[in-house]
Ligand binder design. Structure first.
Ligand code: FPP
Length: 228
């Protein structure tokens, strides 16, 4: 009997604890975010190497805008840096994607320079066929679901299928493994629709310390759960 290959895994990360990582080292919070962006680049390499199909990360939420201006500015500049890693994405055969409040919608807050960086990263990596790396920026699951329900309503009955077809990225598969770092055991308005059947892996490690070893542990925890 022929067995079909397992569908590619979707891993999602709530990258928490940059501030605590910095505080423990006596550094400014912004250094924690800088280290967090580097940690993410390593996670992308790990995910590509292990043939993961989808990696979705919570880069900046609809709730994060209330943080101090200098911190917000720093995180935004790190997104520009992240979206400029085109050579790395190409060498990992990885495609950049984005979810968040559509730029032209009322309430959306993505600054134009970040919009440009997102659009360029998507265009420059669209030919890659391996890993899909989705950055959630100006993203909140509740906003996504309210919008999906409103759009579904204009086309007929509101069913799970109709909601799904109106999510920010209808192609995004359900999440298999959700990771949250730094000991917090909350979901925080991230992919609420998409995590219905996810294995959730919480670790005490802060995000900048989420290295290849931690990545392997998270994956092993998922595999143990999936094969149980
Ligand atoms: C939480 O750390 C992290 C964020 C605000 C979002 C994730 C941001 C990064 C990993 C920085 C760069 C990433 C990208 C995608 C460019 P925190 O400040 O809440 O940490 P704390 O809870 O210890 O204060």
């Amino acid at each position: 009997m022929k067995t079909s290959p397992a569908p590619p895994l979707h891993m999602a990360c709530i990258m928490d604890g940059n501030g605590r990582w910095a505080r423990r080292k006596g550094l400014p919070r912004t250094d924690g975010h800088t280290a967090g962006e580097e940690a993410l680049a390593e996670v992308v390499r790990q995910a590509a190497r292990r043939s993961i199909g989808w990696l979705t990360v919570f880069g900046f939420s609809t709730e994060n805008w209330v943080r101090p201006r200098t911190e917000v500015r720093h995180i935004l500049s790190l997104h520009r840096k992240l979206f400029s890693r085109t050579d790395e994405m190409n060498s990992n055969n990885a495609r950049t994607k984005w979810i968040g409040r559509p730029f032209s919608e009322s309430g959306a807050r993505t600054p134009v320079y970040v919009q440009k960086a997102i659009k360029k990263a998507i265009a420059d990596t669209q030919g890659n066929t391996g890993l899909n790396v989705t950055v959630a920026f100006d993203y909140g699951s509740r906003a996504e679901l309210v919008r999906a329900a409103k759009r579904a309503m204009t086309n007929g009955p509101v069913t799970p299928q109709a909601i799904e077809a109106n999510l920010y990225d209808p192609q995004m598969p359900q999440v298999d493994l959700l990771v949250r770092t730094s000991g917090e055991t909350r979901i925080s308005n991230f992919l609420l629709w998409q995590i219905t059947g996810s294995h959730i892996y919480f670790t005490e490690r802060t995000w900048p310390d989420f290295d290849a070893n931690e990545f392997a542990k998270a994956l092993a925890s998922y595999e143990e759960h999936a094969n149980a």
